[in-house]
Design a protein around this ligand. Structure first.
Ligand code: FAD
Length: 578
């Protein structure tokens, strides 16, 4: 770890910017060292957020090139993949968090505990807010030369009423509250004054959302109820406790390979986790959930489920800050779910090379349409021989049945495009009728692009945020090296139009899907894409643990994780609420 001198930041008494707020600037004392003085000359890199995207950027960034300031309301990085384990005490909360200051120290940057409220793209100022020691909100500007927006997402309410009666699982405090609520319900259920009906309601745990987070929480809860409850709460009968999982689609883990999601469903059926598919929550009451369920004959039935605990985990949506930026950028931002960037991760509608957006808050053009077309070409080459494609691709005709076979492969290769492929199939069928069974590549591509800009969106995962953070760090490092060596100046001098600096120094971002993992209760599944995957019992669970153990953010968190697992193995979980 290199020691880097850091010049201090201080509020400039001179106000400025469109709202005439104080400006946070680099300040130097007369006796500051030469290296500190050089700090002032460096480009100011401001990073909004302290999650997966921001931290992987910080870890790869060469410290001598930028004056780094991280702004985030939380002063820790949270290792989200293991968060469901913390809700039932399998892991302690400390094993999942790392102080953001410890991470920033390596690049000699600053941390400001504040929240970004807005950005003035013309003056290159981020407006931030902070609550001072008197409880008053203070606002000021942070100037930047380069800005990275990595503020993540918020839980998607889907317009459902009564979500104040639900718990969410996004942050460390959520995990603490869930653990307390689960234990509180178990204690209340044991009271001699609690009626049978009330006990069954208190012990009815409902999870809304059959994605990885909902499934992993249900699995952890089930493990805890089975492994620790019988010993510590002997008064409770196991058959009075129920775990329900409500999923709107026809399968849980529907972005995973079908055989793996079926494996998870069978496992849950065996463990008596009640999986309710084709079901949509309409309203949440303090003591029950109203949902509709599509029956096999297509009719919709409304049902009511008594509950003592409800987790709402049904996907993510934009933060208010990102919505504000999207509205400000007008027609350059048309996606309602995330900020749109180009393939170099630059925020659409802002001056080139100044503002980037990564992670859950952003969507990137990943040229999925191009990938699909080249995949189709490769498949046809394999089927009909190289000459069929190489001679004149635009003349090649593709029959609907060929397309169906190829689409299956594409589905496996691009799990994120599943929904869009279904629509594509439909469009294809119509096209097929009209054009008597043929379609050429140029038109295929046109069709893919037309369907929806969402076709180009990537999954909101730590994996993507991590790859994007690393990508930006490598690009910023390359940029600084090119500027220092004078190479960039020479190359830009040759450019005829407005120079694209990013493209001149580094390739475009290309997402590589390395697979998806999910814990399903003393067993785990691993989907590697391309139709490959594994599912299994204890060995898979240990593989799952090893992968996340290796990915954990620091040596300190790895030690704490190992200690927590050992502690749980020896003494069981800590079933206390505090
Ligand atoms: P985050 O990691 O959410 O970080 C956002 C940061 O921005 C936070 O520090 C926040 O405090 C800060 N912030 C918010 N608003 C502002 C603001 N206005 N100004 C400044 N800072 C702000 N993904 C996987 O790939 N595998 C998994 O197994 C997995 N499991 C998960 C389990 C759970 C329970 C959850 C909740 C998520 C899981 N994910 C998983 C998804 C993964 O956590 C996210 O995709 C990832 O965190 C996105 O990274 P990010 O940097 O975009 O945002």
């Amino acid at each position: 770890q290199r020691e880097v001198d850091v010049a201090a930041l201080a509020l400039n008494p001179r106000h400025g910017g469109p709202k005439n707020l104080p400006i946070l600037e680099v300040c130097l004392d007369d006796n500051d060292s030469e290296s500190m003085r050089r700090q002032k000359e460096k480009p100011r890199l401001v990073i909004l957020g302290g999650g997966w995207g921001a931290v992987s950027l910080l870890k790869e960034l060469e410290p001598e090139n930028y004056h780094v300031t991280v702004i985030s309301p939380k002063n820790y990085f949270l290792f989200t993949p293991m968060l469901p384990s913390a809700t039932v005490g399998t892991l302690g909360l400390r094993a999942l968090v790392e102080p953001i200051r410890r991470i920033i120290h390596a690049v000699g940057g600053h941390y400001v505990r504040a929240q970004a409220e807005n950005v003035d793209f013309q003056s290159r100022l981020v407006e931030v807010s902070q609550t001072d020691c008197n409880g008053n909100e203070q606002r000021f500007y942070v100037p930047y030369d380069k800005l990275v927006i990595a503020v993540g997402s918020v839980t998607n309410p889907h317009g459902v009423k009564g979500l104040e009666h639900c718990h969410f699982l996004k942050d460390i405090n959520d995990a603490r509250e869930i653990r307390n609520k689960v234990i509180q319900n178990l204690e209340l259920a044991c009271l001699p004054t609690t009626s049978d009906d009330e006990r069954r309601r208190l012990l009815s745990f409902v999870v809304c959302g059959g994605g990885p987070t909902g499934v992993e929480f249900a699995a952890e809860l089930f493990d805890m109820l089975n492994e620790d409850l019988i010993q510590l709460f002997p008064k409770l009968l196991r058959n009075e406790i129920s775990v329900h999982l409500i999923q709107s689609r026809d399968h849980i883990l529907n972005t995973y390979d079908e055989t793996l999601s079926k494996y998870a469903e069978d496992r849950f059926a065996r463990d008596q986790v009640d999986v309710l598919v084709n079901s949509r929550v309409r309203e949440v009451h303090p003591d029950s959930i109203i949902f509709t369920q599509k029956q096999d004959d297509g009719t919709i039935v409304t049902k009511q489920l008594p509950m003592g605990f409800c987790l709402w985990s049904t996907g993510v949506s934009q933060t208010p800050f990102c919505k504000r930026l999207a509205a400000k950028l007008g027609s350059a931002q048309t996606n309602r779910h995330a900020l749109e960037t180009d393939t170099h991760l630059r925020l659409n509608g802002t001056p080139l090379g100044e503002v980037y957006a990564i992670g859950d808050c952003a969507t990137v053009q990943n040229n999925v349409a191009d990938h699909i077309v080249s995949f189709v070409k490769r498949s046809l080459t394999w089927k009909h021989g190289a000459s069929a494609v190489d001679t004149d691709p635009s003349k090649l005709h593709l029959r609907f049945n060929d397309w169906r076979a190829i689409a299956e492969q594409v589905r496996k290769r691009f799990p994120q495009a599943t929904d869009h492929l279904k629509r594509l199939d439909k469009l294809f069928a119509e096209y097929d009728r009209d054009k008597s069974g043929t379609l050429d590549f140029a038109e295929l591509r046109e069709l893919l692009v037309q369907i929806d800009s969402k076709l180009t969106s990537l999954p909101a995962t730590a994996q993507r945020a991590h790859q994007q953070g690393q990508y930006l760090a490598k690009k910023f490092n390359a940029l600084a090296r090119a500027v220092n060596s004078g190479r960039l100046i020479r190359e830009l001098a040759k450019a005829e139009e407005t120079p694209d600096v990013d493209a001149a120094v580094y390739k475009a971002f290309d997402y590589k899907h390395l697979g998806s993992l999910a814990y399903i209760g003393n067993s785990a599944i691993l989907d590697l894409g391309h139709g490959r995957g594994f599912a299994g019992g204890l060995w898979a669970m240990y593989a799952w643990r090893s992968i996340y153990f290796a990915q954990s953010v620091s040596f300190r968190t790895r030690v704490l994780m190992a200690m927590d697992w050992a502690k749980r193995g020896l003494f069981g979980r800590d079933l206390m609420s505090y």
